[in-house]
Write a protein that binds this ligand. Structure first.
Ligand SMILES: Nc1ncnc2c1ncn2[C@@H]1O[C@H](COP(=O)(O)OP(=O)(O)OP(=O)(O)O)[C@@H](O)[C@H]1O
Length: 275
């Protein structure tokens, strides 16, 4: 990605005030095409506000945000949202729609032909190692939490959006399921080359997934850099303290976490892993 940096999402003096108080301020940075950009920071530091400026869920009160060189606020909002997939912590699949219908929602809205939609659903299920034959016709209540989250991610990328926004997408999941989904989103990013902007509280997750990490503190972006740069050369004591305890957990730690779960949780993890 570093050989050919094409500016894709640009924050230029962007800020958001609520009643005269800044939620985020003085955001000046660029996310490049095909990049996996991870925003980290404590609770209330402004990560979600920053993310939501990209899909116009929040309009900046100061400065501007650009996609492809055009101001977000100058896009037709429907066209903009069609180019941007969005995944939240609690994915709400439509309960009365099957897995295939949930995934094909946006292609359907965009008028893709039935055969194209069907092929896309199968291709995507295979991408995350869920057999289309076993999963296409199931309903959300027949899936584990990890499987539902995977279907939510597939729904967000089904119509081949140029950008995927992910706001703490794995934080409600058990550690093992989480580790599997982290590997899968890394693989999706590698295969499809989608630009991903990902918010997390978890520094290990950031170090594992990011091309670059942006660290937020009190509504400001205090450092941007590659994972090793942030960890080895933190810009200040705050960044240092965030990353001081973050080491990638090893298999032994994960396995011991698994053994500490109750049998019900273990069954859910097994189901998600083997699914
Ligand atoms: N609608 C709103 N009205 C007033 N203040 C808001 C509003 N939305 C967010 N804020 C404030 O803006 C700041 C940044 O919030 P934001 O949700 O972006 O933080 P965050 O880093 O995503 O937090 P968390 O990790 O807890 O989700 C917080 O102080 C929050 O209270």
């Amino acid at each position: 990605m570093r050989d050919n940096l094409v500016p894709f999402i640009e924050f230029r003096g962007a800020g958001k005030q609520y009643d005269g108080k800044y939620a985020v301020r003085e955001l000046d940075f660029t996310i490049y095409q095909g990049e996996f950009f991870v925003l980290v920071g404590g609770s209330g530091s402004g990560k979600s506000t920053t993310l939501r400026m990209i899909n116009a869920l929040i309009e900046p009160t100061d400065g501007n945000v650009y996609l492809h060189g055009k101001r977000i606020k100058d896009y037709d909002i429907r066209q903009l949202r069609h180019q941007i997939g969005y995944v939240l912590q609690q994915i709400a699949l439509f309960p009365t729609m099957t897995v295939a219908q949930n995934i094909a929602l946006m292609p359907d809205i965009l008028g893709w032909q039935k055969a194209e939609r069907r092929a896309r659903v199968n291709e995507l299920l295979e991408l995350v190692e869920l057999s289309p034959e076993h999963y296409r016709d199931r309903y959300p209540h027949e899936l584990s939490g990890g499987e539902q989250q995977r279907i939510g991610i597939l729904r967000a990328i089904a119509a081949k959006p140029q950008v995927l926004l992910m706001d703490e997408p794995f934080s409600a999941l058990d550690p093992l399921v989480r580790a599997v989904l982290q590997d899968q989103i890394a693989m999706i990013h590698k295969k499809l080359g989608t630009t991903i902007v990902f918010v997390t509280h978890d520094m290990q997750e950031a170090l594992k997934l990011a091309c670059r990490i942006g660290v937020m503190h009190n509504g400001k972006l205090v450092q941007i850099g590659a994972p090793e740069e942030i960890k080895n050369r933190p810009a200040n004591d705050y960044v240092k303290s965030l990353f001081s305890t973050a080491d990638t957990p090893n298999a032994a730690q994960l396995i011991s976490q698994f053994h500490q779960m109750d049998p019900h949780e273990q069954a859910a993890v097994r189901q998600a892993l083997l699914g």
